[in-house]
Ligand binder design. Structure first.
Ligand code: NAI
Length: 333
């Protein structure tokens, strides 16, 4: 029996969490879910969107599965997602992006990994009002965090039989901040000379090349903001946010969560694609030593997508979340 924190989130979060728990149970893994609420709903009763009990639960269990939590746009409380990553020092956000058989896209040989720095950059939340018409936002980049994430990217490449790590910046314009990230990347890259190839690219050029020829990229390592944006782009290369998985990894704990948000436009309609969260759960199962169950669930997901009879609306089908989930369970062998 594993103790795992589950943040069901809001928007489509509860629907896809329900689907994921059902699939894991059907695969025979016993999990004692420590369900923790966060976000706008708990502010009234607990005074803040990310209560300490959530952090304590993750620190105790070391592992969490997390569905999306809505962040108010242009006003309101600070993102629970960003705060959680910062508070637990989940410094590496890993977002693999590989074509899935059965999902039609303009390319069929995409296989790359976005490694996003997860604790600083413009996400540090250092904004101040100068006057009604002027705001300062601080882009925080440190050598220690930059070297740590680049090293993670190289280690990831080594462990996963990848060939090349490319550092992505806008160091031609942000000469000091992105310049420091780039300098850190170059320093770390020296350690891996002869083992893993190293390259550099400007983020705007990367975006253009990703939509023209994504198969040329392997592991990308980026500061926080570029990583966030580029990983939505790369999700689009393999069928969209409904299938894009991710993980936040720290020294002491890991929080597995999809790339996508709470999808308010389809909330409560049984339309959400649970694939991304289920694939996150598979990575989580690997992490806790349940590799066989992980493989079994992955195979069932891929079989369901390949057969194409029960695709959700985002993939061009008309299956409800619950119908897709039942089909995945049927395909568990
Ligand atoms: P979003 O990712 O929620 O939605 C973008 C588009 O993708 C929408 O059309 C949505 O219907 C679709 N989509 C996303 N996930 C899907 C799924 N599983 N199945 C089918 N379609 C799916 O991004 P948006 O609208 O920019 O953000 C909504 C809210 O989510 C915001 O408050 C944002 O801050 C929050 N958010 C939370 C994240 C997290 O909890 N880690 C990450 C990204 C956004």
């Amino acid at each position: 029996m594993h103790n795992i924190t589950l943040i069901q989130g809001d928007g489509i979060g509860p629907e896809i969490s329900e689907a994921t728990m059902k699939i894991i149970k059907a695969a025979g893994v016993e999990i004692n879910w420590d369900i923790q609420t966060a976000g706008a709903d708990v502010i009234e009763t607990e005074g803040k969107p990310l209560p300490d009990r959530v952090l304590e639960s993750i620190k105790k269990n070391k592992v969490a599965l997390k569905a999306p939590v809505t962040t108010p746009i242009g006003k309101g409380f600070r993102s629970v997602n960003v705060e959680l990553r910062r508070a637990l020092d989940l410094y590496a956000n890993i977002r693999p992006c590989k074509n899935i058989e059965g999902i039609k896209t303009p390319f069929n040989n995409v296989d790359l990994v976005v490694v996003r720095e997860n604790t600083e950059d413009l996400y540090a939340g250092l904004e101040e009002k100068i006057d009604d018409n002027t705001i300062h936002g601080i882009k925080l980049i440190t050598r220690s965090a930059s070297e740590r994430i680049v090293d993670y990217a190289f280690q990831y490449a080594l462990k996963n039989n990848r060939k090349k790590v490319v550092a992505v910046t806008k160091a031609n314009i942000c000469k000091m901040s992105d310049g420091l990230f780039l300098d850190s990347a170059r320093n770390v890259a020296k350690k891996y000379e002869g083992k893993i190839e190293y390259g550099e690219i400007l983020v705007d050029n990367l975006c253009m090349q990703l939509v023209q020829n994504p198969s040329k990229f392997d592991v990308l390592v980026l500061p926080n903001l570029y990583g966030d944006i580029v990983s939505d782009l790369t999700a689009g290369l393999i069928g969209g946010l409904g299938v894009a998985q991710g993980a936040n990894i720290g020294k002491d704990c890991a929080v597995f969560e999809p790339v996508h948000g709470s999808a308010p436009d389809i909330t409560g309609q049984n339309l959400a694609n649970p694939t991304a969260l289920v694939l996150c759960a598979c990575e989580m199962l690997n992490y806790i030593g349940e590799g066989d169950a992980s493989k079994k669930i992955q195979n069932a997901i891929y079989k369901t997508l390949k057969e194409g009879k029960f695709l959700t609306k985002d993939l061009g089908g008309c299956a409800k979340t619950t119908e897709f989930t039942d089909e995945v369970i049927k395909n568990l062998k």
